[in-house]
Design a protein around this ligand. Structure first.
Ligand code: GRF
Length: 200
């Protein structure tokens, strides 16, 4: 399974996926695409000797033009699976539709709660007692695709955005590789807009 990871920043989830590509993972990370030239995840990729591409948005460029360049960069890797790992750009419906069923995202909330940004702040402000992360298939509607796996964490009274984010992040690193493995094993599919997992 040829895995392509798309990032914008730190890339700790990228690292978790790279680290999970051991002998039991029927897949390998063949490339990393970033929309930011200074994303730390690019350095992680270099350390792991993984090919990287930067697709930086140009001034005056439309979303369609950017996504056409992004699509070309994606297709050069001929991926079987595209893993969005903190890729902070909204993708056009057209691009998402093209890769539907083979594009995953991780979102730092218990979807369908808190799609979009500032999820930790919103969970604290709402007084939630639990929060977490969700891995889902990507569909054109933002953060709305079928959820595959979630991890829950408690929210404590003295939590700040930073402490809660760190607790969620740790869980992200646990669940994302599990889902990537299921996909690479051919056990996970999106059928009629739902996530299906075959028993082993
Ligand atoms: C994670 O919190 C993920 O849920 C969100 O972006 C963040 C990426 O973190 N989509 P990292 O770059 O993997 O460290």
């Amino acid at each position: 399974c040829r895995i392509l990871v798309m990032i914008s920043g730190n890339g700790s989830n990228l690292q978790a996926v790279i680290d999970s590509c051991d002998s039991k993972m029927p897949g390998r990370v063949v490339g990393v695409i970033s929309n930011k030239a200074d994303a730390y995840g690019l350095i992680r990729a270099h350390h792991a000797e993984i090919d990287t591409s930067c697709v930086i948005a140009r001034k005056e460029e439309s979303r369609a033009q950017y996504d056409a360049r992004l699509q070309a960069a994606i297709d050069r890797y001929q991926p079987d699976l595209i893993v969005l790992a903190g890729f902070m750009r909204i993708l056009s419906d057209e691009l998402v539709s093209r890769y539907q069923g083979k594009m995953l995202n991780i979102h730092p909330s218990l979807l369908p709660k808190y799609p979009g940004l500032d999820t930790h702040k919103r969970a604290i402000e709402a007084g939630d007692s639990e929060h977490g992360a969700s891995v889902h298939f990507v569909i054109p509607a933002l953060d709305s695709g079928p959820v595959i796996l979630q991890a829950k964490v408690p929210v404590f009274a003295d939590d700040t955005v930073a402490t809660l984010a760190a607790r969620v992040h740790e869980q992200e690193h646990a669940i994302y590789p599990i889902v990537v493995r299921w996909f690479c094993q051919g056990r996970l599919k999106m059928v009629d807009g739902k996530a299906w997992l075959d028993d082993e």
